[in-house]
Design a protein around this ligand. Structure first.
Ligand SMILES: C[C@](O)(CO)[C@H](O)COP(=O)(O)OP(=O)(O)OC[C@H]1O[C@@H](n2ccc(N)nc2=O)[C@H](O)[C@@H]1O
Ligand SMILES: Nc1ncnc2c1ncn2[C@@H]1O[C@H](COP(=O)(O)OP(=O)(O)OP(=O)(O)O)[C@@H](O)[C@H]1O
Length: 293
């Protein structure tokens, strides 16, 4: 096989996100339920013979060397050389981005996770999911989750995962039109860092999960970026609206597509908004297993 085109890189929502402590190195310890959704970027991969890793299209604001996709593939190539005693074959990658950057949807991490899984397949690297997670984690805390590929209760800084029953529902997502820098939110003095740890046994049934707990990053993001607060207030008319990740996007769960369409029909024109269904499994996994790309 020489190419894999149309590889999905779905977004995630943090149904709740608690900060339960802080590590000695300053990183925050989280508890969160991560939910995949049916909207994301798409990536195309073509094998090269000269060992080069090359992104073939422009991504505004992300130079090729800084792209998490390219950096993840470089780390995979280094691991490949160590394991196989020869250089990795090389790869061209094109990314069709639709997810906003700094949106809390995990777009960069999802792109990188898809790149690791697709290149491992094309190169016949033989790396397990656990090994790909280790290769990806230093680049983005959400990368292990995307490789894990199903609804999960995530702890630590993103490395500890347990499966949970995800909801079958639709989400309306608002893009408030600002890009939130994650470091600024975690650095804020008024951030709540001592939420009491929860256990899976405390969770309500799957469809009510996005009303459980809170997002501890939301108050700081709302203060620093008023459009986030405005979006939460507006969407809150239709259900339990909250922010995902470190923002800026805001979401609300609805039982069906018709209800999601009704909300979408009311969204003021100043916001981009869309609907997406909850996803049970990362779609790339079955596509690769069944050689369907
Ligand atoms: C909040 C989440 O979006 C939840 O999905 C992620 O944990 C964010 O993880 P990420 O995208 O890998 O975060 P980065 O953009 O690399 O983090 C930027 C900075 O935020 C701070 N940071 C990030 C994650 C974390 N658990 N604790 C932190 O204190 C660190 O100062 C870090 O240098
Ligand atoms: N392939 C990529 N796609 C998007 N952003 C990338 C990529 N590679 C590097 N980046 C950088 O990572 C930053 C964060 O992008 P990303 O879309 O992952 O944020 P996010 O959705 O807020 O993520 P999170 O939920 O993990 O906080 C961007 O501002 C960009 O500079």
């Amino acid at each position: 096989m020489r190419s894999l085109h149309g590889c999905p890189a779905p977004a995630k929502l943090n149904l709740f996100l608690h900060i339960v402590g802080r590590r000695a190195d300053g990183y925050h310890l989280l508890q969160s339920v991560f939910q995949l959704i049916e909207r994301g970027d798409t990536l195309d991969f073509d094998l090269r013979a000269d060992g080069r890793i090359h992104r073939t299209n422009d991504v505004p604001g992300v130079p090729e060397d800084a792209d998490l996709i390219v950096r993840a593939l470089q780390r995979l190539a280094a691991a490949y050389r160590e394991r196989h005693g020869r250089a990795a074959p090389g790869i061209d990658v094109a990314v069709h981005k639709i997810l906003p950057m700094g949106g809390g949807l995990g777009g960069g991490s999802s792109d990188a996770a898809t790149a690791l899984m697709a290149a491992n397949h094309l190169w016949q690297g033989g790396f397990s999911d656990g090994e790909l997670m280790e290769i990806g984690l230093p680049l983005g805390a959400d990368i292990p989750f995307f490789i894990y590929g199903r609804t999960a209760f995530v702890e630590g800084v993103g490395e500890a995962m347990q499966p949970v029953d995800g909801p079958d529902c639709w989400y309306v997502v608002l893009e408030p039109g600002v890009s939130v820098p994650t470091p600024a939110i975690f650095a804020a003095e008024d951030l709540t860092r001592d939420t009491k740890p929860v256990r899976i046994a405390d969770f309500p049934e799957a469809n009510l999960l996005s009303e459980f707990g809170k997002n501890d990053l939301q108050a700081v993001a709302s203060r620093l970026f008023p459009p986030v607060a405005q979006a939460i207030e507006w969407l809150g008319q239709y259900g339990a609206a909250r922010m995902t990740g470190s923002g800026a996007c805001v979401f609300c769960a609805l039982p069906g597509e018709a209800q999601a369409d009704q909300v979408l029909g009311q969204v003021p024109t100043r916001w981009r908004a869309w609907k997406a269904r909850s996803l049970m499994q990362h779609p790339l996994k079955s596509l690769l297993q069944n050689n369907e790309l």
